[in-house]
Design a protein. Structure first.
Length: 172
């Protein structure tokens, strides 16, 4: 994995800070400030994860939840590979907004990242070379992916609890 540039890390931290400043009281109560992830923690966690849950709106108004591979790239864009003709592609063509949840939990230690925002559908043939290279290093053979969902979060929050040094094992 190519390290993130200092400016990209700063942009990611700014997105995280703006997201927390706009978070509602219920989320702030459930995810207290002392458990929020800074950019370095969020990057480290996401580098170690290969899958997330993607939520997309479908015609019925219900969310469609799909486990998918992902790659987080500067300046905070989440890239998700997909095959042709998937339900998620059709749903996103009609309503180009999505959310992802990246989570991990064992016993009292758990971590989660939530991101949401507009998406763009990108054909694999025009995928930026850096994204293709880094996603391939992380996720393996991606020749099957004909399309990529590019999630440009306007909300990005990370939470970690139960680790050594945290004040509590769980928010509730």
């Amino acid at each position: 994995m190519v390290p993130w540039e200092k400016e990209d890390r700063a942009t990611l931290q700014d997105l995280i800070d703006r997201s927390w400043s706009r978070a509602g009281a219920p989320l702030r109560a459930a995810w207290p400030d002392e458990h929020r992830m800074a950019a370095a923690q969020l990057l480290s966690f996401c580098e170690g994860q290969r899958h997330c849950v993607l939520g997309v709106p479908v015609a019925s108004g219900s969310p469609l939840l799909i486990p998918v591979s992902f790659h987080l790239a500067p300046p905070g864009t989440i890239w998700l590979p997909t095959g042709p003709g998937s339900v998620r592609l059709e749903a996103l063509r009609k309503n180009p907004r999505a959310a992802v949840m990246i989570g991990q939990g064992v016993s009292d230690h758990h971590r989660a990242v939530l991101a949401s925002g507009p998406v763009e559908l990108v054909a694999s043939s025009v995928l930026p070379a850096r994204v293709a290279r880094e996603a391939g290093e992380k996720l393996g053979d991606l020749r099957w992916a004909e399309w990529w969902i590019r999630l440009m979060p306007n909300r990005l929050l990370g939470y970690e609890a139960g680790s050594e040094g945290s004040r509590s094992a769980s928010p509730g």
